[in-house]
Ligand binder design. Structure first.
Ligand SMILES: [Zn+2]
Length: 335
């Protein structure tokens, strides 16, 4: 079985960050919005560091104006997931970009995306669920409104709450109210930490926000006691090696801590974060990990099991996915 066919689970994927450049350019043209500076000559997204990446991300997102635009984006993202052999994914969506944190508008965006996902899944396509994210650099008050939107739309599609944005702004603990609100609504919790923030940001996320999952978290490797704590408490890391390399956290995959975290017993999965921005795909991530660390199908099967256990979907969905993964295992055994 090729890595393309190997069934994969992806738990860290920003919906707008997965937007094909052609879709964004097409919408910009139709709306007469000039975002040509967001692209390089080859037609891909252009940025030079993380702060600039966030600006380009927001420029690309500015062309998505209606629930129909988000349904079209979701459709395109599902196409890519299917091509990459992803059977289950969780994607970050934000009321900040979908209706400006207005609950009535937000409901329309969620309904449009959820309906599309249901139709595609019914036809055997990938199963896509949402994690509603607040944007850290918009501050704690905006995060409260976002959490309320998330709580109101918790259901089959909206399963989690998280935080993205500029990790250098404010502290994790400033957002405790929003995370408590989401937890009470029954949403799974995750936050970006230990990417641009050091290990202390990971510790703070666990202690102040009570999250069981961390977006990235790779810089935990700088504090051996923290690595032990993550392993003992089974705090799960959504690791995105290609994203970390593209944003300059590590010079190459050999220097990336993913293999050391695995050896230390930390639970994790592999994702692409914002694939067209970072020039990556799920298949490329798998190929690189196989090439550099000799990871094989058995190990990627273990990663699937860890991802499934940490996924925010309901038990029925997990049972179906377990069956689907077992069938794939059996096929691989026959081949
Ligand atoms: Zn991310």
């Amino acid at each position: 079985m090729s890595w393309q066919e190997f069934p994969k689970l992806e738990l860290h994927l920003h919906l707008e960050g997965a937007a094909p450049p052609a879709l964004v350019r097409d919408l910009a043209k139709r709306r007469h919005i000039d975002i040509s500076r967001a692209f390089n000559q080859a037609g891909g997204y252009a940025f030079h560091d993380f702060a600039h990446f966030l600006q380009v991300y927001e420029a690309a997102t500015s062309v998505l104006k209606t629930p129909e635009d988000y349904a079209a984006l979701t459709h395109a993202v599902l196409d890519t997931l299917e091509e990459q052999g992803v059977v289950y994914a969780e994607t970050f969506i934000s009321p900040d970009f979908c209706g400006g944190r207005d609950l009535a508008a937000w409901r329309e965006y969620v309904a449009a995306m959820a309906e599309l996902c249901q139709q595609r899944a019914a036809r055997g396509g990938p199963d896509l669920r949402a994690i509603v994210t607040c944007i850290r650099h918009f501050g704690p008050d905006a995060a409260k409104e976002t959490a309320l939107c998330a709580a109101e739309t918790m259901g089959a599609f909206v399963r989690g709450f998280g935080m993205g944005g500029d990790e250098t702004m404010g502290r994790q603990g400033d957002f405790a109210w929003a995370f408590d609100c989401a937890r009470e609504a029954g949403l799974g919790l995750t936050t970006h930490a230990g990417e641009f923030g050091g290990p202390a940001s990971v510790r703070e996320a666990v202690e102040k926000l009570g999250v069981r999952r961390i977006g990235h978290g790779v810089r935990a490797i700088e504090d051996p006691a923290l690595v032990d704590l993550l392993a003992e408490r089974e705090i799960f890391l959504e690791i995105c090696p290609g994203s970390n390399l593209r944003l300059g956290l590590y010079p190459n995959l050999r220097a990336h801590p993913v293999e050391r975290l695995r050896a230390a017993g930390v639970k994790f999965s592999i994702s692409t974060d914002d694939p067209p921005f970072f020039g990556t795909t799920m298949v490329q991530e798998y190929q690189a990990l196989e090439r550099i660390f000799d990871w094989d199908a058995g190990l990627f099967g273990e990663i699937n099991a860890m991802a499934l256990a940490a996924a925010f979907c309901d038990g029925h969905t997990k049972a179906n996915l377990t069956k689907r993964l077992k069938q794939a295992d059996a096929l691989a055994g026959d081949g």
